[in-house]
Design a protein around this ligand. Structure first.
Ligand code: GTQ
Ligand code: FE2
Length: 366
């Protein structure tokens, strides 16, 4: 006898039974299986793109309208994925945002259990102080603020500064492990200009700070002691790889120089360079990706939908979506992922796609 037969036979009894379950705070798995145990991941976040053309003027406007100080805290516009019903998250596990500081402004010191990284888009004269180490920020640099380390951002110059923030906050929230604390003062003690960038001085070897290829397998519950990865190093390394494999996309993952693991226990960061006219091979992987276009232009195909992009745009590739990146001009893509978490839990999978995806639609940014 099937469940349907049973429903036919005794409708009233069954209906009463379901009511009893509901008032007992119990749910029958037999009605939920299809939505819970999906054959492949079904992220609620959708592939989406936020263009620089939309974000930048709004961030600029925030500098005029919204002061940063205690109470206002950080001038951050978070990427809110429309699939997540109003949550301020780029994807189910990842926070992505644009943050900006006007001339001579600083954002108050604090710390939290969520790990964060910054990828600098434009501007000059800003540093982030991380547990007393003032890390200068230049376009293309990656700056880490690992979980529970005090951090504040200071603009010591006369220009506006814009950067991308990536955090594991949605994941830490899902694990019910969010802690946050304000530093007793507005800022950590000043660091003499000549004493900035201590961690970068301690780990100067490019070959130990970034590794070529896909995603590293090493795991480390301790964050990287190196807090600043310089664009000059990244660019040099990508150029070196490009000269060995001309006509192919190349990438580096930034790593913890002590362990060779991803930069943070929960987050990986990589930079991919795609030569003009080249497309990356199609792939699906578990875990979410937020991509930030640092330079160049092109488009990505995500689950059959075409997303055109250029410098300063940000887009999300949700877990298990098929993706290829096509460069029109030589493109540099910064890639934030939650891969270390999936690897640590035995959930990481990737699948190479045999053929380029047919394009069935084009994304229109709002
Ligand atoms: O700059 O410390 O985008 O604490 C979200 C939370 C940035 C920060 C964000 C944060 C920060
Ligand atoms: Fe923070």
């Amino acid at each position: 006898m099937t469940v349907e037969d049973c429903t036919e036979a005794v409708p009233d009894a069954l209906e009463r039974f379901y009511e009893q379950l509901q008032s007992a705070d119990l749910q029958p798995l037999w009605n939920l299986t299809a939505q819970l145990l999906t054959p492949t991941p079904r992220p609620r976040a959708v592939p989406w793109l936020w263009s620089r053309a939309t974000m930048h003027p709004l961030a600029r406007r925030a500098i005029d309208l919204v002061p940063v100080e205690r109470g206002g805290e950080r001038r951050v516009l978070s990427l809110a994925n429309p699939g997540l019903e109003g949550l301020p998250y780029a994807a189910g596990t990842l926070w992505g945002a644009i943050q900006c500081l006007g001339p001579r402004e600083s954002a108050p010191a604090h710390r939290h259990s969520a790990g964060a990284l910054r990828f600098v888009l434009e501007g000059a004269g800003v540093w982030t102080t991380v547990d007393g180490d003032a890390c200068d920020m230049h376009p293309g640099d990656l700056i880490l603020t690992p979980g529970q380390q005090w951090h504040d951002h200071t603009n010591g110059g006369d220009s506006e500064m814009y950067w991308f923030d990536g955090l594991d906050l949605p994941l830490v929230a899902a694990l019910d492990a969010v802690f946050f604390e304000e530093y007793p003062e507005l800022r950590q003690p000043d660091v003499a200009p000549g004493e900035h960038n201590r961690s970068a001085a301690d780990f100067p070897r490019r070959s130990e700070n970034m590794v070529p290829g896909g995603t590293v397998a090493a795991l480390d519950p301790t964050p990287s002691p190196l807090l600043a990865y310089r664009w000059t190093d990244t660019d040099t390394e990508l150029a070196r790889l490009q000269s060995r494999w001309p006509g192919s996309a190349v990438s580096v993952e930034f790593v913890n120089p002590r362990s060779g693991a991803s930069v943070l226990p929960t987050l990986s960061a990589a930079m991919q360079r795609v030569p003009a006219g080249v497309a990356t091979a199609g792939v699906r992987r578990t875990g979410n990706t937020v991509a930030v276009v640092f330079a160049g232009s092109g488009h990505s195909v995500i689950d059959g939908q075409r997303f055109d992009w250029s410098a300063g745009d940000m887009f999300v590739v949700p877990s298990w979506s098929a993706v290829e990146h096509h460069a029109a001009d030589r493109a540099d893509l910064f890639l934030l992922r939650d891969t270390p978490v999936l690897r640590a839990l035995g959930l990481y999978r990737e699948q190479a796609l045999e053929d380029p995806q047919p394009v069935t639609g084009t994304f229109r940014p709002r």
